[in-house]
Design a binder for this molecule. Structure first.
Ligand code: NAD
Ligand code: 0WE
Length: 258
């Protein structure tokens, strides 16, 4: 049994119960961790507080606002965390965004602004949050982000997000070296496709799910809880020797050739 009692986990990207981050938070909480949730805008504050309740964190957990595109928000968030908790142990980065048009048009037409936003929100934020968290991880720590196979292979319409995920996966390796001497491990989970808010409105998403069912060794799609379990493992002492790694949780889809 993994025991995370006395550990503090900060979770970014928990928008609702279908979010991958919800399942991750659930598993961390079940193992005894205290949760700090971060929500993107005031509009999501009540929702975040309700989610904290659902996760059994009413008295210990806290929710703070942080738009990761804002340096001021990131600084304010870590100041609030430092004032509330003596140290933090785990950071979950489950955030990705590109302007909707960039996920519809021909990749060739990707604009400078769409490229900038996708990389700012999906990649730079990971580096900035790791930098904010590191001084508070006084007893070592685990940092985890979520990526997708579109970093390596072309999926129709994933477009600039694929380029951003490739950069994110590289950032995992560079941060692992940067933070290794502090006993902070940095890893990513490459999850198979899951119907979350971020997948809604994606053209042909059901086709992607069907292709996985046909081709993946397990002949099914992955569930949020399976990503949550792997996240729990990677953030636990059981994974003390793993850093800079991309772990696929995709029912084996990525190993197949046809
Ligand atoms: P989701 O919509 O539930 O989560 C995305 C989160 O990003 C939301 O909570 C949103 O508030 C947050 N976010 C976006 N812009 C932000 C900003 N400026 N500041 C703060 N937060 C911001 O969807 P999800 O599928 O759970 O996505 C989580 C992560 O998992 C993403 O990195 C995504 O790329 C990755 N992923 C998703 C799938 C999938 O098929 N759903 C597969 C592999 C990887
Ligand atoms: O990373 C993602 C989705 C990320 C995402 C989703 C949206 C939708 C709403 C980023 N930005 C936005 N912007 C919006 O305005 N996934 C891994 C899920 C996903 O998205 C795809 C996929 C898969 C899988 C898009 C095309 C093809 C496959």
């Amino acid at each position: 049994m993994i025991d995370l009692k006395g550990k503090v986990a900060v979770v970014f990207g928990l928008a609702n119960k279908r979010s991958i981050a919800y399942s991750v938070a659930q598993k961390l909480a079940e193992a005894g961790a205290t949760l700090v949730l971060s929500y993107q805008s005031e509009r999501l504050q009540r929702e975040a507080e309700e989610l904290l309740n659902d996760l059994g964190q009413t008295s210990v957990g806290r929710a703070f606002k942080c738009d990761v595109a804002s340096d001021e928000d990131i600084d304010a968030l870590f100041a609030q965390i430092a004032a509330t908790y003596p140290k933090i142990d785990i950071l979950i980065h489950s955030i990705g965004f590109a302007p909707p048009d960039a996920l519809k048009e021909d990749f060739l037409l990707t604009s400078r602004e769409a490229f900038r936003i996708a990389h700012d929100v999906s990649v730079y934020s990971f580096i900035a949050l790791a930098r904010g968290a590191a001084p508070l991880m006084t007893d070592g720590g685990a940092i985890l982000t979520l990526t997708y196979y579109g970093a390596e292979k072309v999926f129709p319409n994933y477009n600039v997000m694929g380029v951003a995920k490739a950069a994110l996966e590289s950032a995992v390796r560079y941060l692992a070296v940067s933070l290794g001497s502090k006993s902070i491990r940095v890893n990513a989970i490459s999850a198979g496709p899951i119907k979350t808010l971020a997948a809604r409105g994606i053209n042909d998403f059901s086709q992607i799910l069907t292709a996985v069912t046909a081709r993946a060794p397990l002949h099914r799609n992955v569930e949020q809880a399976e990503v949550g379990n792997t996240a729990l493992f990677l953030c636990s002492p059981l994974a003390s020797g793993i850093t800079g790694e991309i772990t696929f949780v995709d029912c084996g889809f990525n190993i197949t050739g046809i």
